[in-house]
Design a protein around this ligand. Structure first.
Ligand code: FES
Ligand code: FES
Length: 147
C-alpha cells in the first residue's frame, strides 16, 4: 500500500506492506538512521520517535498508524537544540547508540515541564536504556536543560 507520511516537516509517501513497522520505513525507505531497531518489542527505547510530539517506540508501531501524524526523528531536531547542547556539554554519551531516543524523550519531558527533579527525570527516561551506563551524565544534562 502507499503510505503518506509527514516526517521532520516534510510530506512524503512510501510503498510498504501495511504491517511494516514505522522504524523500518524510516530507516529503509527514508534513510533516517537515527531511530535504531534493537529489541524490537518496545522495551529499550532506541527506536523512539515523536508522534505529534509524544515519544513512541517505532519498532512496535505499524507505519499506517502514523498517517496524518507529525513524525519527528533525531534528524529533525535542530543542531542548536538546548537538550542536545546540554548532552554535549555534559559528555552524556559513550557509543551514542541510545542517544537519539534519549534526546527525543528528554525533549518531550523538558518541553512539557515534566523534568522537575532527578527522580522525575530518571522515571521519565525509564523506557530508554543505555548499555554504556551513562545515566548519571544523561540526568545531569536533562536537569540542566530543564532549568
Ligand atoms: S527497538 Fe524499539 S523499543 Fe527497543
Ligand atoms: S551511550 Fe552507548 S548505549 Fe548509551
Amino acid at each position: 500500500m502507499k503510505i503518506p507520511l509527514k516526517v521532520n516537516g516534510r510530506t512524503t509517501e512510501v510503498e510498504a506492506e501495511p504491517s511494516t513497522m514505522l522504524v523500518d520505513v524510516l530507516r529503509d525507505e527514508l534513510g533516517l538512521t537515527g531511530p535504531r531497531a534493537t529489541c524490537g518489542v518496545g522495551l529499550c527505547g532506541t527506536c523512539t520517535v515523536l508522534l505529534d510530539g509524544q515519544p513512541v517506540s517505532s519498532c512496535i508501531l505499524m507505519a499506517p498508524l502514523a498517517i496524518d501524524k507529525e513524525i519527528t526523528t533525531i534528524e529533525g531536531v535542530p543542531a542548536d537544540d538546548p537538550v542536545m547542547a546540554a548532552f554535549d556539554r555534559h559528555h552524556a554519551f559513550q557509543c551514542g547508540f541510545c542517544i537519539p531516543g534519549m534526546v527525543l524523550t528528554a525533549r518531550d519531558m523538558v518541553t512539557s515541564n515534566r523534568a522537575g527533579n532527578r527522580e522525575q527525570i530518571r522515571e521519565g527516561l525509564g523506557g530508554n536504556l543505555c548499555r554504556c551506563g551513562c545515566y548519571v551524565k544523561i540526568i545531569d544534562a536533562v536537569e540542566e536543560a530543564a532549568q
